[in-house]
Structures are given as structure tokens and as C-alpha cells.
Design a protein around this ligand. Structure first.
Ligand SMILES: NC(=O)C1=CN([C@@H]2O[C@H](COP(=O)(O)OP(=O)(O)OC[C@H]3O[C@@H](n4cnc5c(N)ncnc54)[C@H](OP(=O)(O)O)[C@@H]3O)[C@@H](O)[C@H]2O)C=CC1
Ligand SMILES: O=C/C=C/c1ccc(O)c(O)c1
Length: 154
């Protein structure tokens, strides 16, 4: 299987290819790159958290390909009819599941050494962390060490 990272952030290219092991990287706002990759993918997993055009993502799919929406933007996604009618493409959704499924996912991750990239910060860094989040300046999650930020009880 070939994995392509699709991002609005060109600066993620090196990390996606070199460290995370993706086979290819596409800048979703680069029309030339998107056009060159049109019709090449079996599936697209859409994790975007904000409103965004989905037609360019659907164009990446092969005929009968499927886009699975995981992200939950507050505004409706616009799916132009012809973007799915032509090629018989499908749009589906997927949710995280309940406690048992989350437990199974964590156990699978533990068995296979799958970890998350996080930046652990103290409570005194929260305001800076929010400012950095607004600039999309975190690779890839802040984790607030609440217990470690507490003053020792006398
Ligand atoms: N289905 C489920 O079970 C679950 C769904 N969610 C939902 O998944 C989504 C992702 O969550 P999370 O990763 O924490 O969110 P983030 O806010 O971290 O967004 C994920 C990525 O979306 C991309 N992005 C942000 N804005 C835009 C934009 N305007 N256009 C295109 N791409 C954009 C950015 O990637 P880049 O810089 O690479 O472009 C960003 O890193 C959220 O909507 C969340 O609610 C969360 C948990 C479970
Ligand atoms: O943050 C978004 C999560 C959404 C969600 C909604 C419904 C559902 O069953 C989920 O598993 C996730």
C-alpha cells in the first residue's frame, strides 16, 4: 500500500516523508500537485477540523474510490454531485467508537509500538500553547502535565 500525506502545510513535507515514512506528500492548496495526483488513490481519510473544499480531495480518488470523513468541521461539507457521480465514488464517515474499541486500539498500538508525537508542557505554559495552537505551531499535540505542575503539598 502507498500512503500519501495531504496537508495545507508545505513545511510538514520533510517530516512526513523522512521521519513518518509516508511514500508521498501533497499540498492540498497546490492546484498543480493535486492535479498531477488526480485519479490515483483508492481511499482518502479526511481528518480536517475546519471547513474546507472536498471536491479537490474527491478528484484524487480512482473510480469507485471512497473518502472516509473523520474530522468534524462545524459547517457542512459541500459535495458537488458530479464529483461523486462521475466515477461512482463514495463518501462515508467513521467515529472513534466506545470504551471497548478505544481499549482495543490502545492495546494494538502498545503491541506494535505505535506512539503519538506530543509536547508535554506545564500549566504555566498553557497561554503560550494556545497562541501556538492558533498558529498551527505544534508537532503534533500539547499534553498538559497537570499533576507535575502542582506545588508539593506541605
Ligand atoms: N471521528 C471521530 O471519532 C473523531 C473526530 N474528531 C475530529 O477530528 C478532527 C481533527 O481533530 P484534530 O486533529 O484534533 O484537529 P486539528 O485542529 O489539529 O486539525 C487537524 C488538521 O487539519 C488541518 N486543517 C486545519 N484547518 C484546515 C483548513 N482550513 N483547511 C484544510 N486543512 C485544515 C491541519 O493540517 P495541515 O496543517 O496538515 O493542513 C490540522 O493539523 C476534528 O474536527 C475533531 O473534532 C476527533 C476525535 C474523534
Ligand atoms: O470530535 C468529534 C467526534 C465526533 C464523534 C461523533 C460521534 C461518534 O459516534 C464518534 O465516535 C465521534
Amino acid at each position: 500500500m502507498k500512503i500519501t500525506v495531504i496537508s495545507t502545510s508545505p513545511e510538514k513535507r520533510g517530516e512526513a516523508l523522512d521521519r513518518l515514512g509516508a511514500d508521498a506528500f501533497l499540498v492540498s492548496r497546490d492546484e498543480g500537485e493535486m492535479k498531477a495526483a488526480a485519479g490515483t488513490m483508492d481511499g482518502v481519510i479526511d481528518t480536517v477540523s475546519a471547513g474546507h473544499p472536498v471536491a479537490p480531495l474527491l478528484e484524487l480518488l480512482k473510480p469507485r474510490g471512497q473518502m472516509v470523513v473523520v474530522g468534524a468541521p462545524s459547517k457542512p461539507l459541500e459535495v458537488p454531485a458530479l464529483a461523486i457521480v462521475a466515477g461512482g465514488k463514495r463518501v462515508a464517515g467513521s467515529g472513534g467508537g466506545g470504551v471497548a474499541e478505544c481499549q482495543a486500539m490502545l492495546e494494538f498500538a502498545g503491541e506494535h509500538g505505535i506512539v503519538a508525537d506530543v509536547e508535554v508542557v506545564g500549566m504555566d505554559y498553557v497561554n503560550t500553547a494556545i497562541e501556538r495552537l492558533e498558529r498551527n505551531d505544534v508537532r503534533y499535540r500539547f499534553v498538559v502535565d497537570v499533576a507535575g505542575s502542582m506545588a508539593p503539598v506541605a
